[in-house]
Write a protein that binds this ligand. Structure first.
Ligand SMILES: [Zn+2]
Length: 153
């Protein structure tokens, strides 16, 4: 054997399933509790620059202030951008059957975008700037998929 043959990589395909729990901090925890218990979408407001983040975060990305003031934002907003997914890469991990659409939604009262699924819409008729609203699941578990999707208003 040559040294090139010995060092040539040999790839063996495999699949991993890694169950985990993720702690989202106090603001993130309240965000998910409000989704689950009250169908409310919470943001967090910077005391200095007044920017409202959805989902909440602990530090302002604009002025680096610590954030703690949770504020309710609307469940309606504007579609900032979107994509349509046509490829099934791993059915057990994708949130919907293809084709489906995901978008970045700026809720009324927020300054940032929230990434989520789009539903009840013809995939060929989605437009940037369209007004959309959250549709909540009947049975909610305290995660982002408590919002089933966003649909046109
Ligand atoms: Zn700020």
């Amino acid at each position: 054997m040559t040294s090139e043959e010995i060092t040539a990589p040999h790839m063996v395909p495999g699949r991993l399933y890694v169950p985990y729990f993720n702690y989202y901090g106090a603001p993130g925890s309240e965000f998910y509790r409000q989704l689950r218990d009250n169908k409310k979408i919470m943001g967090i407001k910077c005391p200095q620059c007044k920017k409202v983040y959805v989902p909440p975060r602990s530090v302002c990305a604009a002025c680096f202030n610590n954030l703690s003031e949770l504020v309710e934002v609307s469940s309606k907003g504007t579609l900032l951008t979107y994509t349509v997914i046509h490829y099934t890469y791993s059915p057990s991990y994708q949130p919907a059957d293809v084709p489906y659409a995901c978008g970045i939604i700026q809720l009324d009262g927020a300054d940032t975008g929230l990434c989520h699924l789009l539903g009840e819409v013809d995939l060929d008729k989605i437009t940037i700037g369209m007004q959309i609203e959250a549709v909540f699941k009947d049975e909610r578990k305290g995660n982002i998929l408590d919002i089933k999707y966003f649909r046109p208003v």
